[in-house]
Design a protein around this ligand. Structure first.
Ligand code: TYM
Length: 371
């Protein structure tokens, strides 16, 4: 029995990513695939070289088609259950890179319906959060010409038609087996997976042909894509492809993902510089030694050290990251120093993000898909 769990609604225990590849029947992103990607994109995003994006389905098929002159489209999303945290940016920032490299359309689904059905939130609240989150997404700098954002309860006229076609081809028994629904789950959430699968087939509904879909997301969303692939032929589309990321860890340690439900575990995009500094100094789990003498002699354990692990997500310069890793693991650097480097890095990012977010608010309509 595995001691960890990864579902769209719960991630617990220490995740073994190799086991997940087996469990979900995906493929590891190997060196050959990376080289193939590099030939098309010229350089590789650090999330690829550092194996943050580690697993896929049919990425090779998508690249082959692209080499042969056939376009694909990107699809990702966000469930507006609260303010966004740094972990949510991982798939989005990588998606932006893919979009820039391949110059393809991107669809972003905001599932206000899901969060209304799953959380103790009113529809008004999930709707408000949807637009709050959209401002954060736009602030990342997506190209308005190629980026199409929609909120489920508003875009239902188009989505519902696709979702019922998906749902007709999935039995209740499969739905229960994949998502763990029970007799006490509410009826709405049992239908919801069809709404999240629907955008895999959206361009077809919009009369743009049967382009292949590529979904960049963390691996917690994988339950949706297996049944989506099973129904693809019936939808007249190629099976949607995926590229999966690992989880950005909690501040409190490597055994949990960053999650909005424990504010101590997360840095939110709206945190002030003081809050960031306080949280990092107080909570970031340290792989350093108990005393300065021991740290100087033995050095830190980088695998366990959250400040270092977070720098792997946010320091793009490989040489700088290596220098920090070498100094800290050899004992030349102390925990307080790496924490200061991290807090400064996060605050520099948040300062420009918060400014961009303010400007994004007035530009929302440029991105919205309406029906
Ligand atoms: P949500 O809002 O839980 O998460 C949004 C995206 O962030 C990823 N994610 C993380 N990535 C790295 N580290 C973490 N700690 C972390 N926590 C969350 C998720 O995998 C996701 O990519 N139902 C979905 C919304 C959705 C969606 C989609 C997501 C609708 N369609 C298509 C991805 C692709 C949700 O509630 O995501």
């Amino acid at each position: 029995m595995d001691e960890f769990k990864v579902t769209p609604w719960e991630v617990s225990g220490k995740v073994d990513y190799n086991k997940l590849i087996e469990r979900f029947g995906t493929k590891k992103i190997d060196q050959a695939l990376l080289e193939r990607m590099r030939r098309l994109t010229k350089d590789l995003h650090p999330y690829l070289t550092r194996q943050v994006f580690f697993s896929h389905r049919d990425l090779d098929v998508v690249l082959k088609k692209y080499e042969d002159g056939e376009k694909f489209f990107l699809y990702t999303g966000r469930g507006p259950s609260g303010g966004m945290h740094m972990g949510h940016l991982v798939p989005l920032m990588f998606t932006k890179w893919l979009q820039e490299k391949f110059k393809v359309d991107l669809y972003i689904q905001i599932t206000d319906d899901e969060k209304f059905l799953m959380r103790d939130l009113s529809l008004e609240e999930t709707h408000r959060l949807a637009y709050d989150n959209i401002a954060d997404i736009i602030a990342l700098g997506f190209d308005p010409k190629r980026t199409h954002i929609f909120v489920n309860t508003e875009y239902a006229k188009t989505l519902y038609k696709i979702a019922i076609k998906v749902a007709r081809n999935i039995t209740t028994s499969t739905n229960k087996a994949v998502f763990g629904f029970t007799d006490s789950s509410n009826m709405g959430i049992s239908f919801f997976p069809a709404m999240q699968m629907a955008p895999c087939f959206l361009p077809k509904e919009l009369g743009k042909g049967d382009m292949q879909c590529l979904v960049p997301a963390a691996i917690d969303q994988d339950d949706y894509w297996r049944p989506a692939r099973d129904v693809a032929a019936k939808m007249g589309c190629p099976k949607p492809a995926q590229i999966h990321s690992k989880f950005f860890p909690s501040l409190l340690g490597m055994d949990a993902k960053m999650s909005s439900s424990d504010p101590r575990s997360s840095i939110f995009l709206t945190d002030t510089p003081e809050e960031v500094k306080k949280k990092v100094m107080r909570y970031a789990f340290s792989g350093g030694r108990d005393t300065v003498e021991e740290q100087r002699k033995l050095g830190a354990d980088l695998e366990k050290d959250i400040s270092y692990q977070w720098m792997r997500f946010f320091e793009e310069d490989d040489r700088k990251l290596k220098r920090i890793g070498d100094d800290y693991s050899s004992g030349k650097m102390l925990t307080g120093e790496i924490k200061t480097i991290l807090a400064d890095r996060l605050n520099a990012f948040l300062k420009s993000h918060q400014k961009a977010r303010g400007k994004a608010k007035g530009r929302t309509e440029k991105f919205m898909l309406r029906d």
